[in-house]
Design a protein around this ligand. Structure first.
Ligand code: ZN
Length: 465
């Protein structure tokens, strides 16, 4: 299966063959997580929890069903989601007076409760998060992890006394994000979405975008500043030090299982997955190389080796199945195990362990004595190398253009005067989506791609996955 030739087909085959997902469940866009895929997701969830717990967020769990009456309180929000929600209209045989919807996101589930929880400035900031499934009726072609109807989702919601406190939260979110993305070896850009593309009800939205080798962009998540846009309709008020009633300023930060889709797309190759060591269910696979008459000796040696590595906190497994070594190599390469360790009679005699990296074609030997330390060090190197390589590929794919002729299948960068009219004209003419301008402003001196006016605004655009 060639990634370069047909990315889409390659992706669809790899995710299933490697055991990340099973698409045979009889509801479109709602896939089963088999054990291997769920282990990868759990590692990602663990990092998310660690980062949020460390920054004073509390984990909560809200109901899946939201009453229509709460959902309709913020009018832009309804407009943005109306066509995408699943409705529950009956309970048993009875038609419901007030319809219930499956959460597409949890603003309208949480905020009526926030208005009960928050009384005074002493209750602020309120910082909570949850890891739950959300539902969206996706009408386009579904794709595992990238476009699904039941989404494994992380969302944090915060309330603050002032706009600047909320702004401070957004800066904290960027640090949290960077720590998580480092583990996934994924590069990304933070782009301020256009007015017509921001989250329904948001004051502003920062999209977290990564570059897929197909030449398209993939949005991994987003961070929103709501100002008082939700606290007013949901009546979330607090009493300040002087005794005045004030509305809270809110933010949210959300990411989904698309993170796995990005890991597959960005790091994978023609042999299968290449998993970053931090999220690999198996970080090192030991393949015993058995010759005539030494089966027991080799297997015992392999198990000792596994014990030593486990004691050092490395996720390791011995493949003692009856398959030939070549078939084992193939299987674990497909599953993206970062490091393969081989142990044969000669290795034991020489007191070494042979290794092969998954991310690049590098082979070598470790001294058996310090093997745990050597493996740990190499796993860290693999993680860094994967990130650097992906970053370089993303950076080199960004192409600055100054005309709408011959648009390449890449990430595009160009000047825009800032008007919706020109923005939409460009999107239509080039069949691309403007992702937005960099959150950290970039020096730019150019012309709007549509009207030709001088501008300092630079935006990124691409075809979306
Ligand atoms: Zn213009």
């Amino acid at each position: 299966m060639k990634k370069e030739e047909n990315f889409s087909e390659w992706y669809n085959e790899i995710v299933e063959q490697a055991g990340l997902t099973d698409k045979r469940y009889p509801v479109k866009g709602m896939n089963v997580w088999p054990a291997y895929g769920w282990k990868v997701m759990r590692h990602i969830d663990t990092f998310i929890r660690e980062e949020l717990d460390a920054t004073g967020h509390d984990e909560v769990c809200f109901p899946l069903l939201i009453p229509e009456t709460e959902f309709k309180k913020e009018k832009d929000h309804i407009k943005g989601f109306d066509a995408e929600v699943y409705w529950v209209t009956h309970a048993g045989l009875n038609e419901l007076d007030i319809r219930l919807l499956l959460r597409p996101t949890s603003e309208t589930a949480m905020y009526p409760m926030f208005s009960l929880w928050i009384r005074s400035h002493g209750d602020l900031p309120l910082k909570v998060y949850q890891l739950v499934n959300t539902f969206r009726y996706e009408t386009k072609q579904t794709r595992s992890f990238i476009r699904v109807r039941e989404i494994h989702f992380f969302e944090s919601h915060t309330c603050h006394e002032s706009e600047s406190d909320a702004q401070g939260q957004i800066e904290e979110d960027f640090v949290i994000l960077e720590n998580i993305m480092k583990r996934l070896a994924l590069p990304y850009l933070l782009l301020c979405r256009t007015e017509w593309d921001k989250f329904p009800g948001a004051y502003y939205t920062v999209g977290i975008d990564t570059y897929m080798p197909s030449g398209r962009s993939l949005q991994l998540g987003s961070i929103h500043h709501y100002r008082e846009n939700f606290s007013r309709p949901f009546d979330i008020k607090y009493e300040d030090v002087e005794g005045n009633q004030k509305y809270v300023h809110q933010t949210t930060f959300g990411m989904s299982e698309r993170l796995i889709g990005a890991v597959v797309g960005v790091h994978g190759d023609d042999k299968g997955l290449v998993l970053p060591p931090d999220i690999a269910p198996i970080q090192a696979i030991i393949v015993p190389i058995i010759a005539k008459g030494n089966l027991e000796e080799i297997l015992e040696s392999a198990r000792h080796l596994a014990d030593d590595l486990k004691a050092a906190g490395i996720r390791v497994q011995v493949d003692d199945s009856d398959e030939r070594p070549g078939a084992k190599f193939y299987k674990w390469e497909l599953k993206g195990v970062p490091l393969r360790l081989e142990l044969g009679g000669r290795d034991i005699a020489n007191e070494v362990v042979s290794y092969a990296r998954r991310d690049i074609s590098e082979k070598g030997t470790f001294s058996r004595k310090n093997v745990a330390e050597s493996v740990s060090t190499l796993l860290a190197v693999i993680s860094d190398d994967m990130r650097d390589k992906a970053r370089e590929r993303m950076d080199s794919s960004i192409t600055t253009i100054d005309s709408l002729d011959n648009i390449p299948e890449k990430w595009l960068r160009f000047g825009w005067c800032g008007t919706e009219e020109c923005g939409k004209e460009i999107e239509e003419a080039a069949d691309i989506k403007i992702l937005g301008s960099p959150y950290d402003k970039e020096e730019f001196d150019g012309k709007c791609l549509a009207c030709g006016k001088d501008t300092n605004i630079v935006v990124y655009a691409a075809r979306a996955m």
